[in-house]
Ligand binder design. Structure first.
Ligand code: RAM
Length: 357
């Protein structure tokens, strides 16, 4: 009996001292700490980044941070514009810098300087090289994005396939480039996509006019084009508009990554067939939580660390399987939108009150 009791006590001691990974503490933020934050998307004037801002504002209020939440970006999606803003943030002593990067390499000297100055640098949506960030908040798995786009292309063009082109954002955007590479990889390695012929990759710089003109250029250059695949919310909406204006809806399909609110009219009138996305509001919220936890010293940027991100629940920092030497927090999931599930995602635009009213 005595031996049994000793064994039982030893078990308890063991459980308390050697916690297995699944029992590790979940780090929870302490609200009310003053940290000044900067949310820096690729550019201003892009609805998805406004949604990310809303999510960050929600977290900022919830965490009762008496510091500032600055939302700033260049007017055009460019690396030099972002560099200027990061440099100003270093001078002002901003504590937490949250970046969706226009370039994988070019921002590095500035983000590294910010890290050396003691700021927390977290990337979201579009990362920089791991040497210039602490952790990347990945909206979805970047390799999976390739398969999601290939599957949409296959469903739209059918087994017989056909020609398609990619209309991307800026040529150096690390997220779009990773997704395009992932798509090319599945097209090459998986025989089910053998009939999908990628004829061109063009760049509309996440600018509605540039993207519109690039879409027109594609249909001029490739008379047999069956599909424009745009892994950018700006590009896909501009391409659908171009096909609408040219009377080509149904002849040249449009797909990619789109914002439901911007795409629903084009799905309704047959100018865009199917697209996917994730919640940018949640992405902004999660990014803010991670940055706050790191900057307030509650959490280290290390693989295996589990934390709570308010209403979104718990997440674990992990090694990024898509980028060597990088850490990520994986958000997800993808939502796929098309005419079949239109009722579930579309809103009554007529009944939608004007923003701000
Ligand atoms: C555009 C931006 C953003 C990307 C989305 C899908 O709004 O390029 O970085 O994540 O599209």
């Amino acid at each position: 009996m005595k031996n049994l009791r000793i064994a039982f006590l030893m078990m308890i001691v063991l459980l308390v001292t050697v916690q297995p990974a699944f029992m590790q503490d979940v780090i929870v933020a302490t609200p009310g700490q003053e940290v000044n934050m900067l949310l820096l998307p690729k550019a201003l004037g892009n609805a998805v980044f406004d949604q990310a801002h809303e999510g960050a504002q929600e977290a900022h209020a919830e965490l009762e941070n008496p510091g500032e939440l600055i939302f700033n970006a260049p007017t055009e999606a460019s690396a030099p514009g972002q560099i200027e803003i990061i440099e100003a943030a270093i001078t002002q002593g901003v504590d937490g810098i949250m970046i969706s990067a226009n370039d994988y390499e070019q921002l590095l000297p500035s983000t590294q300087r910010a890290l050396e100055a003691g700021s927390t640098v977290v990337t979201w949506d579009s990362p920089v090289d791991p040497s210039g960030e602490q952790v990347f908040i990945a909206q979805v798995d970047f390799s999976e994005t390739g398969t999601v786009m290939a599957d949409m292309a296959l469903r739209i063009l059918g087994e017989d396939g056909g020609q398609f082109a990619i209309l991307s954002a800026t040529p150096d955007a690390s997220n779009q480039n990773a997704w395009i590479a992932a798509m090319q990889e599945v097209l090459e390695s998986d025989p089910q996509y053998a009939n999908l012929e990628l004829v061109a990759i063009v760049y509309g710089n996440d600018d509605p006019d540039d993207s519109y003109n690039e879409a027109l250029g594609l249909i001029d250059s490739y008379p047999d084009l069956g599909l424009i695949m745009a892994p950018t919310t700006v590009g896909i909406a501009a391409a659908a508009k171009a096909m609408q204006d040219e009377g080509l809806c149904g002849t040249v399909a449009v797909s990619g990554l789109g914002l439901p609110l911007e795409m629903q009219e084009f799905v309704e009138n047959g100018c865009a067939q199917e697209f996917a996305l994730w919640s940018f509001k949640d992405l902004g919220y999660l990014t803010y939580y991670v940055t706050y936890l790191l900057e307030t010293g509650a959490m280290e940027a290390e693989a295996g660390v589990t934390f709570e991100a308010g209403r979104m629940g718990t997440y674990t920092i992990e090694e990024d399987p898509t980028r060597e030497g990088a850490l990520r927090v994986l958000m997800g999931p993808f939502s796929v939108y098309n005419a079949d599930n239109f009722e579930e995602w579309a809103v009554d635009l007529e009944a939608t009150p004007e923003a701000g009213s």
